[in-house]
Design a protein around this ligand. Structure first.
Ligand code: SF4
Length: 493
């Protein structure tokens, strides 16, 4: 346990995030107390106590062990008044203390946010060069040279792709299909096992059709830029259900303007030739077949209930059906996996030769079965995961791909990142739009979270749908009502 004791709540979340990055998996108990010298807890030998004391514009940071022995300290005499600058200075001071005490350097330095590429992207938008953006990451955030190279390259590719998008009067669309063949060990999405929920799928689709039709009326003056169907696993739908869904979308929206339509066919055990033919017949080019790993023992541990051959067969079937833009997702740091296992996965992906590959670092989410069984599946060491990330980056380069989008999650293995790589021209525009938050995205279906971007006020307004399938079906009018209520306030419809 880390006890975070302070006399002001200023920057509490930022301090907490950096502590979590250094002491991954430790619980943090934060408390604002007036007498910071007072011993208020019974500390155990592994506990640490961080005291943060503000006096006017100065701040001092002291880290103690459970006996009150000082392990490290730092001080900033003049914390800048402006919030962001103050936060950056405080985090550097804390980083130096924690780095000295633990002997660790973090690959991302003091950056703990989800979207680090926003920083170099904003530099490029203001006309600065890649070198200048790199220098900023180096000086202000202590980011490692490897992550600087990655982050500035991703931002360059994002800028090139986003430059062609006209955000005025345009939107993107997300459609959620929350069913999967089985539930993976690490899953924290709104996903429902098909064998239990099969009877509800048509009812779910009827509710979804209602939401699609109503929302299409609301946003009829807007041009659609991209559509993304995720979940869950959309190819859990039968071929005729998928066909009906795509017909309703075509009847409701003008899809002639879209630059990209992606359907996740994540689980190979849900992919059949007749489903692929339906998708292709509707003119959809981009699908994602996600092995996560090509090691059978790991597939069994994570509860995917399909084989490595199923992945390969699904991929070949998709090629046969004419798909020339296929993505594959993999996860690094899966239970029990070593760098050698990852080499095997990467070799398998190389042989299949998809157009893009998305590389995730395992994130242990609170709601997942993995989180409840951590003693059985201890997380991989962050240096090992970083090594795997490096291997995946090199393999992507060999396959002719470049990194084009990047994000980080809470509780991600080794405080690292997820990266999308693609061959030139095969980048997923939707992935960039959702990460960089430049365009409003309307999300339909259970668990959908619509984001309305309000650039003039530099903020995002969210409209949430309920997560449960049952509630979504029963309360569909309320979901539509929420959008009708919120959209007009932000200039939509
Ligand atoms: S395929 Fe994805 S959404 Fe479905 S259970 Fe696995 S992790 Fe969850």
């Amino acid at each position: 346990m880390i006890y975070l004791l302070f006399n002001e709540e200023r920057y509490e979340n930022d301090i907490r995030a950096l502590l979590m990055a250094f002491y991954h998996g430790e619980k943090i108990l934060a408390r604002n107390i007036t007498n910071l010298e007072e011993k208020i807890y019974d500390y155990t030998p592994s506990d640490k106590i961080l005291r943060v004391i503000y006096k006017g514009e100065s701040v001092s940071l002291c880290l103690y062990d459970n006996q009150g022995k000082l392990l490290g300290e730092g001080c900033c005499e003049q914390l800048p008044k402006e919030r962001k600058a103050g936060k950056d200075v405080l985090k550097i001071c804390l980083y130096d203390v924690l780095s000295k005490v633990t002997g660790k350097e973090l690959p991302w330095g003091t950056l703990t946010g989800i979207r680090p590429t926003k920083i170099p992207l904003s530099f490029y938008e203001e006309g600065f060069s890649r070198n200048e953006a790199a220098e900023n990451l180096r000086k202000v955030y202590k980011t490692s040279e490897e992550k600087i190279q990655l982050c500035t390259q991703v931002a360059q590719n994002e800028k090139r792709i986003l430059d062609s998008v006209d955000y005025k009067k345009s939107l993107s669309l997300y459609i959620g299909i929350p069913f999967c063949p089985t539930i993976c060990l690490y899953c924290s999405f709104s996903a429902y096992p098909l064998n239990v929920w099969k009877k509800e799928v048509d009812n779910y689709l009827n509710a979804l059709f209602k939401e699609i039709r109503k929302v299409s009326e609301m946003v009829k003056d807007y041009k659609l830029t991209s559509v993304y169907m995720g979940g869950g696993t959309p190819t859990s739908l039968e071929a005729d259900q998928m066909n009906r869904l795509l017909c309703v979308l075509e009847q409701s929206f003008d899809l002639s303007t879209i630059e990209e339509f992606t359907i996740e066919a994540g689980r190979p055990d849900s992919v059949t030739m007749d489903k692929l033919r339906v998708i292709k017949a509707h003119g959809i080019e981009r699908i994602s077949i996600n092995p996560q790993t090509l090691n059978q023992k790991t597939l069994d541990i994570i509860g995917r209930r399909h084989t490595v051959e199923d992945v390969e067969n699904a991929f070949h079937m998709a090629r046969q059906a004419g798909f020339n833009n296929i993505n594959m997702d993999i996860i690094l740091g899966l239970p029990g996996e070593t760098a050698e296992d990852v080499t095997k996965t990467l070799e398998g992906i190389h042989r299949l030769n998809p157009e893009s590959m998305t590389v995730h670092s395992l994130a242990v989410k609170r709601a997942s079965r993995l989180n409840q069984n951590l003693e059985l599946y201890p997380p991989a060491h962050h240096e090992e995961v970083n090594r795997m990330i490096h291997m995946a980056w090199k393999e992507a380069e060999v396959m002719g791909m470049e990194p084009y989008y990047l994000y980080r999650q809470k509780n991600i293995a080794g405080n690292l990142e997820n990266v999308g790589y693609a061959k030139p021209g095969k980048e997923c525009l939707y992935n960039i739009l959702i990460m960089e938050e430049k365009q409003s995205i309307i999300a339909l279906g259970a668990g959908g979270s619509s984001k309305i971007v309000i650039p003039e006020e530099n903020r995002i307004e969210r409209v949430e749908n309920v997560k449960s399938v049952k509630d979504y079906i029963e309360r569909i009018d309320e979901m539509i009502g929420r959008k009708m209520e919120k959209f007009p306030n932000f200039g939509i419809f």
